[in-house]
Design a protein around this ligand. Sequence first.
Ligand code: BTN
Length: 243
Amino acid sequence: MKIIKLDAIDSTNSFLKEMAENSIVEDFTVVVAKSQTSGRGQMNAKWEVKSGKNLTFSVFCEFRDLQIINQKSLSYSVVLSIFEVLNRLKLPKLSVKWPNDIMSGNKKIAGVLIENVLKGKQISSSIIGIGINVNQDSFPINLPNASSLKKILNKEFNLDLLLNEIILSLQEKIEILKKKEYSFLEKEYLKVLYKKNVPSMFKDKQNILFMGKIIGVSSIGKLQIELEDETVKEFDLKEVSFA
Ligand code: BTN
C-alpha cells in the first residue's frame, strides 16, 4: 500500500484515473488531498468542502475476477468500511442512504464515488473516491442536509489517524469482496440501510410524489420500494429520491 499526500489537486479521483491510464499506479495506492479544486460527486454533482478540514481521498484497487454484476458488492464493501469506523466514534443514528451516502440521522456525513475500469464483463480496476466531512464547522445554506463529525460530536478529529483507520477497514472489506462473500456484504448493508421498512414519501423523476417503503436492492443494484398496494417497483439513482 502506498499513500500519496497532496496539498491541492483538481480531484483525487481524476488524479488516480490519469495515473491508471498511464499504468503508473500500483494496487491499493491511496491519494489524499488537503483540498480539491474540482471535487466530483455522484450524478455529476460537485463535491465542495472546506480545505484542510475534511478527508478527501481516493484508492486504486485492482481486481482479477470481479464481474460487473457484482458492482453493488464493491459499493457495499466501501460504505461498510466507512460505516464501521464512524460507528466506533459513536456517531449517533448512523446509516447508509442508498446507494452510498453515510448519514447520521438525516445529515450526510460522507459520500462515495466509485469509477470502474471495465474489461468485457469484468471490472479490472476501480477508483474509490471517499469524502468525509470531519472538522468543518459550518455548511453553505444550499447544503442543509450536510454535517460533519465535529458538528455532531463537538470535537476535532485527527485526519491522518482517521484516514489510516478507514484504509485498514477498507482493506479488510475488499478482502471479503475478493473472497466473493457477496451475500454476507449484502446482509450487512441491508442491516444499516437508511429508512429500510419505514413508510416514507418519495418523488419520482417526473416529480410525482408517492408513499412506499424501501425493502431492499435488486440483483442489478436497483432500489426496491414496496408501494402501498404491496407491489414492488425498482428504481435507479436518477429515478427516485426522498420527498
Ligand atoms: C457523493 O456523495 O456525491 C460522492 C462524493 C465523493 C467525493 C470524493 S472526495 C475524494 C474523491 N475525489 C473526488 O473528486 N470525489 C471523491
